[in-house]
Design a binder for this molecule. Sequence first.
Ligand SMILES: Nc1nc2c(c(=O)[nH]1)N[C@H]1C(S)=C(S)[C@@H](COP(=O)(O)O)O[C@H]1N2
Ligand SMILES: [Mo]
Length: 374
Amino acid sequence: MIDRRQFLVGALGSLVLSRLRNVAAVERALLEYVASPQDLGTPTEYFDRLIIPNDVFFVRSHFGPPGLDMSRRLLVDGLVGSTLDLSVSELKKFPEVSVTSVLQCAGNGRALYTPRVPGVQWVHGAMGQAKWTGVRLRDVLQKAGIKPEAKFVHIRGADNSPGPQVPTYLRSLPIERALDETTLFAYRMNGEPLTLAHGAPLRLVVPGWAGDHWMKWLTSIRLETKEPDGFYFQTAYRMPIETVTPGAAVPPEKMKPLTVVPVKSIIGRPTDNGAAKRGAQEVVGIAFSGGSAIKLVEVSTDGGTNWKSAKLEGEPGAGRWQVFKHEFKAEKPGKYMAMARATDRAGNIQPKDPAWNPSGYFWNGWHSVSWTVA
Ligand SMILES: Nc1nc2c(c(=O)[nH]1)N[C@H]1C(S)=C(S)[C@@H](COP(=O)(O)O)O[C@H]1N2
Ligand SMILES: [Mo]
């Protein structure tokens, strides 16, 4: 006979094992960039659809997730009329809204800059689109009462840095961006409860803005008059104000925080170096821009001499990707290529080669693939 303690240990052990197996199943479909903390990329061939399924959605964090704590509360304090301390079920009493939006890490494409920039060497996989469900920051902040001197919202999560020498991760949003009707406290992703990897029980959703603002494992938001101090705000996630010489050091006063994701398109199919049969060829990909809807995606199959407008599918919107499709006939066997460039409704055109910057952020060059037709 086993006693209660042995039973519990055994039961817990097998539970942990089955959890681990689930994680392993997910990893098989994702591309592992860094093992610990896990940085997992979505394979490029998934960029042919409007929604990236949760089990292949990229994962990124600085220190790895904290323990799963579904009873973690959200504190809303600082320059508010009254402090709020909310459980997830209390938060769910605010009107529920869903927003379909792209989450892209600012470092996506870092590996494609020359000279090389240190950091996770993401190629294309640190982005995805999902339907995010939760409640508006605006509704919660209005309930708390916003003092007129509040200008910034400081945001914290439950993940601790690995030691006292390493600063804690924190972000900040200007109050106007926090009050935008698309900015959410989210608890569901593509209709399913948020998983720990993606921030359970609560994460921030900031459509159109880079992933670093999308704080996971939320613990508090605090209204302040100023931007926060510290490495993660004053040094990291900054871009040069003007174009700089590749490889150059940029002084801090010439840097600004990165916010809106620039216009970009990526080809999901055909896969680079793949193979296809003679006849109809379909080039399929996704295109988005953080600041406005997509106006046009052009595809060239002759190295950039001629460009044709692709068909767009899905709803247009700022921070929201659409699928583009372009068909042509490959009459002869041989090597074929395609490349894509997107233009947004504000008139921004995806550049052939984006400007190098010291942290390798926001790569959005033309994506090209080649394949063999037999
Ligand atoms: N608490 C916390 N939130 C975080 C991070 C983190 O390290 N800690 N990383 C951010 C970064 S840099 C990105 S790109 C996104 C990635 O979100 P995902 O793992 O759901 O794709 O989470 C953001 N939220
Ligand atoms: Mo990121």
